[in-house]
Write a protein that binds this ligand. Sequence first.
Ligand code: PAF
Length: 279
Amino acid sequence: MKVFITSQSLVEHLSNKTRPLGMVPTMGALHHGHLSLVKRAVKENQSVLISIFINPTQFDDKKDLERYPVNIHADLCLIKEISEKVLVYVPKVDDIYGNMVESKSFDLGGLDEVMEGEKRSGHFQGVATVVTHFLKTFSPDHAYFGEKDFQQLLIIEHVVQSLKLQTKIIGCPIIRESNGLAMSSRNSLLSDDQRKLASKLFEVLQFAKSKAKKIPYGTLKNMVAGLFKKHHELTLDYFKIVDPKTLKEIHLEETVNRGRGFIAAHLGKIRLIDNLDMS
Ligand code: PAF
């Protein structure tokens, strides 16, 4: 395993590496969800690059950035256990942004105007800025992203297509804890009791899936809101069923034949998100 701090040294090194090159961009605090992406990249590519970089421009809330878990030593050990051959890029902010730490402006096709984009101003412009920087600098053949951040995955696919970048974007299934909680770096900030409560998000999505074909979506939305009234610590931010390509919400009077359910909730200071195919 080789660790690079600067993109210049990494680009030089990559010029001698055999292709295809698979890239797994991460913000560290790695869990089994990330590791499943790394394993898949190792299986499908001759060379693999993992980035660990907490991207400041995608945080609209300074406190969220300050709280974001960091554990580089543990991350490197976990990566090494999967493969000794991978390359790891752990840059400082100025290696990516120089002295202008700000997002560029991308056409995100309106996909950033709903759900996480509506709630977290500028978040997806920040994600697009850092991901396109990686893809343009290292030109991976494949880049791997988890469906846990399904909206992010769709937006990255859109940007890659509109900029005609050559990297193939590969979406990978959500990895869950045994109680159904979708794995996330932010879960490490939860207490044991909160982890139990956090698994309600997946329970609610499964409940919605079991009802979605039978009752109008508007009624289902009210039922979901009602389920959250029981838990004072866990507050619902949104529950939506949307078209999985356009992210447009389905009509309230419709029953759902196809669509994806998205949920966001606050648990103490932590914001949780999850999603599930409803078909
Ligand atoms: O999903 C993440 O961890 C981040 O948004 C990403 C894609 C690494 C960009 O910073």
